[in-house]
Design a protein around this ligand. Structure first.
Ligand code: AOF
Ligand code: ZN
Length: 370
């Protein structure tokens, strides 16, 4: 196996911790002997052992002597005493011969690992699969440098880019495997956000529905972004079943209305958002979700206009787009991204494909801003 294959496995392991490590990064590590992976580890949860120590513990449990072996780790080993002692120490003490690193640590407090390892006589190679390893910690970088949650947009569309039939009934577009992946995203999300059109047309519950949810699992908050507040909250599943976990982000005028008071009496929050000409400044709403409600990840679902508004406002850190091999062929059916007019190819919003996965009969594209 090549360096890239080993690092790809480390990246895959790291993603298992996604959601649980916030606001720290997801990190994965593998130990290689004679061109074979002999031990693996990843950072499972905030405050717990780092990936490198998990990997060394796995080696010990399997009776593997790490001395002289090569460790592949997605992030530069930390060189500081934080919640855990420096990983550089553990690597040096274990007698590791070589360390291959995916991305350097952007956290100035923990950085310096490369130098510490080299000073101890360990061979170090950096930037192996660096794009994948940087993508892996894009959330961590954002949390360190801004007040925003990491915002994921989810979209599922037919080959012709449609998200529903023109009857707008809430029918599944993609297959069950894609649906399961969406619920994995809802599981890590502190809040699931939809636009008013989707809320009124689909009456969504915005919950994570998975078989193996832990008993203490907290459902994501349900957020509705709309200038129009519901008059009869009890008509809606979200507001009937968990009113205090729902938040309406709306105009300053609507937030002063009687409908807003009715919602508040039932325990639902109504947050006014500033915005010119009826448009809402969503970045303020998202930041408030992180700061008032501790949401590290937000998941925006549903609504082609809503998705386009987010993209135009630069509020997409990750776009998860499912393509299902079906064609509607109806121009009047709603499109995955809509609401603009008179645009030319010079005005496109451009992305880079970071990952392509098969989810049953569908394809799941993970896209990043270019
Ligand atoms: C992690 N997991 O596997 C690695 C990290 O507060 P601490 O002690 O957990 O340290 C967090 C810092 O350690 C983090 O900012 C990052 O720079 C570095 N590496 N962190 O949470 C890991 N390897
Ligand atoms: Zn560490």
């Amino acid at each position: 196996m090549s360096n890239e294959r080993f690092m790809t496995r480390a990246v895959e392991l790291a993603y298992k911790g996604r959601g649980a490590t916030a606001p720290n990064p997801c990190v994965g590590a593998v130990l290689v002997k004679d061109n074979t992976i002999v031990a693996e580890g990843y950072h499972t949860q905030y405050g717990k052992l780092h990936a490198e120590r998990e990997c060394l513990a796995d080696a010990r449990a399997k009776g593997v002597d790490p001395a002289g072996l090569t460790m592949f780790v997605t992030l530069e080993p930390c060189n500081h005493h934080g919640k855990t002692p420096p990983c550089t120490e553990a690597i040096i003490d274990a007698g590791i011969g070589k360390v291959v690193i995916g991305a350097l640590d952007p956290n100035p407090v923990a950085a310096g690992g490369v130098e510490a390892l080299q000073n101890a006589g360990i061979e170090v190679e950096i930037n192996v699969c660096s794009q994948a390893c940087c993508d892996l910690i894009a959330d961590f970088l954002l949390w360190q440098t801004s007040n925003s949650p990491f915002n994921i947009i989810k979209m599922a569309a037919t080959l012709d880019g449609k998200i529903a039939s023109s009857r707008r009934k809430p029918e599944p577009v993609s297959g069950p495997e894609s649906f399961a992946r969406v619920h994995q995203l809802r599981r890590i999300a502190g809040a699931v956000v939809v636009g008013g059109n989707t809320f009124y047309a689909d009456n969504p519950s915005l919950t994570c529905r998975q078989d193996a949810l832990p008993a203490n699992f907290t459902q994501p908050l349900g957020i509705v972004v709309t200038s129009r507040l519901p008059e009869r909250p009890s008509d809606f599943t979200l507001l009937r079943e968990r009113p205090s976990q729902a938040i309406f982000m709306t105009t300053e005028d609507a937030a002063r209305s009687e409908a807003a008071d009715i919602l508040r009496e039932r325990g639902t929050s109504v947050w006014p958002l500033p915005g010119p000409q009826g448009g809402l400044n969503l970045s303020i709403g998202l930041e408030r979700l992180r700061y008032d409600r501790g949401c590290h990840y937000t998941l925006c679902e549903g609504g082609g206009r809503f998705a386009m508004a987010l993209i135009e406002q630069g509020l997409v850190d990750e776009l998860v787009h499912f393509v299902t091999p079906r064609i509607l062929g109806d121009e009047t059916a709603p499109a995955a991204y809509s609401g603009r007019s008179n645009v030319t190819m010079a005005d496109t919003c451009d992305f880079r494909i970071a990952q392509v996965e098969s989810t049953g009969v569908d394809i799941m594209l993970t896209l990043r801003k270019k």
